[in-house]
Write a protein that binds this ligand. Sequence first.
Ligand code: SAH
Length: 329
Amino acid sequence: MFTKKEIIEILKDDIQNEQLFEYADIVRKNHVGDDVHLRGLIEFSNICKCTCFYCGLRAENKNTERYRFLPDDIVKYAKNAANLGFKTIVLQSGEDCFYTKDIICRIISEIKKLDIALTLSIGERPYDELKAFKDAGADRYLLRIETTDENLYKSLHPGMDFKNRLNCLKNLQKLGYETGSGCLVGLPNQTIESLADDILFFKENNFDMIGIGPFISHPDTPLKNAPNGDFTLSLKVMALARILMKDINIPATTAMETLNPQGRIIALQSGANVVMPNVTTSEYRKKYEIYPNKICVNKNADKCTGCIKRKIESIGRTVSKDYGFRKRI
Ligand code: SAH
């Protein structure tokens, strides 16, 4: 187990990067094996009441054409993904109040008839709603803390409360969800020390999944002039997460591939064991612009799935046929 001081040293010093990535790859192989879990991502609404400084979906961005899927269409996309062989669906959206507790519960019950695992990534919700979603059959929930630096969090999330996000994560764990968190790397004013705190926070809380991605500057946000996060630093944070949390699920994030054309494959070889291909159509992929230059926005579900499967097999890995729950060791 690394101390905070050691983590900081590793993050600051680039001389041993290759050893770090190789070691994370060995830990991944020994503890979660060569299987890569595919999660079919449905970005079902880009309407959001929040104003996170970094995010293109922020309520104040008037340049985004907004959309929301009807519940039946969400289920249709899920069916299509199940037919393509996906064993997990991830439903992601902005914080869109149209989808009430009852509407989400109905969508969950329909999708759970398909014999697949279901992950929600729909932002902060009160305890009773999270409980209702769990009772309706949701298996997992993704809620990145984004940064554990409370002052930085406050400066980037007007009207939001760090404590509430923490509380939400605690509630998810209490309710028995497989709980995912994670952070952005390279936010303006984010320090290496705070990234070390992020990694230790993930470990202390024993999250089941950790998603780490570089910050990518969006032209229609207050951070339009900020530089992008660094690919290698993001990869290092991810590799350290794997070394400290041997049996969890770690996605090779799409944001990594936006900064490096081989980003997801490199991530899969540096500790990651999950990929989340988009299973909606091109029209909506473009509009769900949390950051610019998202990959594969002109592709459709079957093309994307075939392409990522080939990439996975080309590096000697296998596409998992099971639900991909965390297997605790
Ligand atoms: N509303 C949901 C889903 C948010 S989108 C929620 O609050 O959890 C999913 C993730 O995209 C966010 O958690 C954030 O880490 C990431 N993201 C948003 N804007 C980004 C940007 N400009 N660059 C990179 N990642 C970004």
